[in-house]
Design a protein around this ligand. Structure first.
Ligand code: GLC
Length: 445
């Protein structure tokens, strides 16, 4: 076993295979450091030698600061661990972020020590043995501070293989001024949304009625989960073994998306090449009455420096079909420790800080991302910065997951291609039948 600090072999206390004795030694290490500082020994030199160096890789979320700034704040707040941040592409490039992480984790070299993982990768990373089970560090009595659903999403094969970080769900953004004019309250059905959007378009108040994300990318699955779920359908059967996307409910829901472009014309054809940011831009430029997006778009749309509609933006649960119930896709990134990290204790220390109430508050305010700790939905500071958040606690906590399977990476590529063909061609039933067959061969139906 090698020493974890600079490979110098000088401090054998923190080693790759961590036991409880190692954990005590880790804590002792920082106490010794404090003592050295207290007696005035060249503190900086001691610190450089003593600090465990770890790396943290994450998709680059959009906010008034970066995750690199978070790592810096942690480095400044303590002297046990030093984190180097590895910036991956933005979360809208989900497939690229996934591939970048897989390349690293599959090498089993221990880099990155800590990573953030989209909720859809947790099962796959755990099944591959790349994510360290965290049960020993976060036993059941420590998990009650988080939403039970998030703990469930972080659990695979009965083990906690991720620590909850933040939640993200799809939601409906609307122009309050236009909604006041055309109905008075945010639409709760897709029919109402279509009527209100068409009326505003007809009155030439906006160019587009509704902008969403139809690009052949991960976000298309999210938009599809929401419309299908809001029509009492689902992508997979409850046992997860067969694909039900081509059910009458699924077909009608995807037909609705196709119609927004081709029939009711509340959406521009361009939505088929838009992911999050290209759809957010026309909305904050004042060109659309409604938008489906994640919570990161809220602070941007209310910022008068970048938004033409600051002060006029409302947020509500996404509409449903008549007889159905609003459905918001569960998104968000959770934290993982590389099973091959040689610096587990340091990694856990950083993980604990990232997931703490204080850091989650900072992320809620600076990135507009939902805490995984229910208590923070009553937090005064968050409520005054991002008032929409408290109101959407039930949306965050009751969100609909995408298929939970270790084969998600294959499932999503098949779905992305099939949905894209359905939306482009309009042959919805035919394309969904074909994609259901492909997904069935993956999930073993
Ligand atoms: C958001 C969500 C994530 C999802 C991605 C799709 O970042 O948090 O779960 O996969 O969008 O673009």
């Amino acid at each position: 076993m090698t020493d974890m600090r600079n490979g110098s072999g000088r401090n054998p206390r923190i080693v790759g295979h961590v036991t409880l004795a190692d954990r005590r030694a880790f804590l002792l290490g920082s106490a010794a450091l404090g003592a050295a500082a207290a007696v005035g020994l060249g503190t900086r030199r001691v610190r450089a030698q003593e600090r465990a160096e770890i790396s943290f890789a994450s998709a680059a979320f959009f906010g008034s600061e970066t995750f690199g700034d978070l790592a810096k704040a942690y480095n400044e707040a303590q002297d046990r661990v030093k984190v180097t941040y590895i910036n991956l592409p933005p979360p809208s490039s989900s497939t690229e972020v996934y591939q970048g992480l897989v390349q690293q984790l599959a090498r089993r070299t221990g880099t990155p020590d800590v990573f953030s993982q989209d909720v859809i990768w947790i099962a796959g990373f755990a099944a591959a043995g790349w994510a360290l089970p965290l049960d020993e560090y976060f036993p059941a009595d420590k998990r009650g501070d988080y939403f039970p659903g998030t703990i469930a999403a972080c659990t695979y094969g009965g083990k906690l293989t991720a620590l909850p970080w933040f939640l993200d769900t799809g939601m409906l953004y609307y122009r309050k001024d236009l909604v006041d004019k055309h109905g008075g309250k945010a639409p709760t059905t897709w029919d109402e949304l279509t009527e209100m959007a068409s009326a505003a378009q007809k009155a030439k108040e906006v160019e587009f009625g509704y902008v969403w994300q139809g690009k052949q990318a991960e976000v298309l699955i999210c938009d599809a989960v929401e419309v299908i779920g809001s029509n009492k359908g689902a992508i997979l059967s409850p046992d997860g073994k067969s694909c039900t996307i081509n059910s009458p409910e699924g077909v009608a829901a995807i037909q609705f998306l196709h119609d927004t472009i081709n029939k009711t014309k509340i959406s521009p054809k361009d939505v088929l090449s838009w992911d999050e940011e290209p759809s957010r831009q026309p909305f904050t430029a004042g060109q659309s009455m409604f938008m489906r997006n994640w919570s990161y778009a809220y602070p941007i749309s209310q910022d008068a420096k970048v938004s033409q509609i600051a002060g006029k933006v409302g947020v509500a649960p996404l509409p449903a079909f008549a007889g159905g119930k609003s459905s918001a896709c569960l998104g968000g990134y959770q934290l993982g420790v590389n099973a091959n990290s040689k610096k587990r204790e340091a990694a856990i220390d950083f993980l604990t800080w990232l997931s703490s109430a204080e850091t989650q508050r900072r992320i809620a305010i600076n990135f507009g991302l939902g805490p995984t700790r229910p208590a923070l939905y009553k937090d005064q500071k968050i409520a005054s910065e991002n008032p929409f958040m408290a109101g959407l606690e039930p949306v965050f906590s009751g969100a609909t997951p995408r298929p939970v399977t270790p084969d998600y990476a294959k499932v999503t590529l098949a779905l992305q291609s099939g949905l894209s063909k359905a939306l482009l061609s309009g042959e919805v039933k035919k394309e969904l039948d074909a994609v259901a067959d492909r997904v069935n061969t993956i999930v073993g139906g």
